[in-house]
Design a protein around this ligand. Structure first.
Ligand code: MN
Length: 251
């Protein structure tokens, strides 16, 4: 996790959703990008863990995505069965966008269960989705994770500056992607995030650069953009991001 050769951080990438998952992991290593390989279903865990174990730059995560809650039989039992093997949990969270609003109550039950189970064992790192639910997500983190020794990375966080400050006060980190950095309102939120809690992410393949899905290899451009938004020199920004990433796993 603190490989001296590391240069960049991609704290949220759906590595298993690219055509060649293993080639992408090899690319993370070649481009020296410390990458968290999130998943949307716990069924992806065994292969994610097995492949990631061959690459020191890739950390596998165990996920149960809010957008998939209610779209089939519950996968919570499968998620439970792998929990003890996983240090990183994600993608998890809530989504109240028009398409998923109807399952919000079920999503909350799943997310509450995930947070309770993580709090029981402690020491987990969670990468959390909060579309149109920033306040509710921060409320739930406060309710379930306080004092648990777990660390939360809020991914693509677009809540208010006030919500960002509240989350930061709870100890949360934020992973910022290039799409967030091209919207004025979101830039304000990014500027409210404490510098020692900021990370970069691609959220690939769900974000695109032109017509191509973004990947961990696009992190140099994201760092460039972030550095200019924050008003820091590019190389200093790179070092800060690496420091922040390492600090999560030192906790
Ligand atoms: Mn995602």
């Amino acid at each position: 996790m603190s490989d001296p050769k590391a240069r960049y951080v991609d704290a949220h990438c759906h590595v298993d959703l690219y055509p060649d998952m293993e080639a992408l992991m090899a690319r993370c290593e070649a481009d020296r990008v410390l990458t968290i390989a999130v998943t949307t279903t716990p069924r992806a865990w065994p292969r994610n863990m097995q492949l990631a174990s061959r690459y020191s730059f890739v950390e596998p995560a165990l996920g149960i995505h809010p957008q998939l809650v209610g779209s089939g039989p519950s996968e919570l039992g499968t998620w439970d069965s792998y929990l003890s093997q996983a240090r990183i949990i994600g993608e998890v969270g809530l989504d109240a966008s028009p398409r998923y609003h109807r399952t919000l109550d079920a999503q909350k039950e799943v997310f509450a269960h995930v947070l309770r189970e993580c709090a029981k064992v402690g020491g987990k790192v969670l990468t959390v989705h909060s579309v149109r639910t920033s306040k509710q997500v921060v409320d739930m983190l406060e309710e379930y994770l306080a004092g648990s020794g777990c660390t939360v990375i809020l991914h693509w966080f677009t809540g208010s500056m006030g919500d960002a400050r509240r989350a930061a006060d709870l100890g949360c980190y934020f992973s910022v992607n290039a799409d967030m950095l091209s919207k004025e309102a979101h830039i304000k939120t990014v500027q409210a995030m404490p510098l020692h809690r900021i990370l970069t992410e691609s959220d690939g393949p769900f974000t695109k650069s032109g017509t191509q899905p973004r990947s961990p290899s696009d992190m140099p451009q994201t760092v460039e953009k972030l550095a200019s938004v924050i008003g820091l020199e590019r190389d200093a920004m790179c070092l800060k991001l690496l420091d922040n990433y390492v600090s999560i796993f030192r906790r």
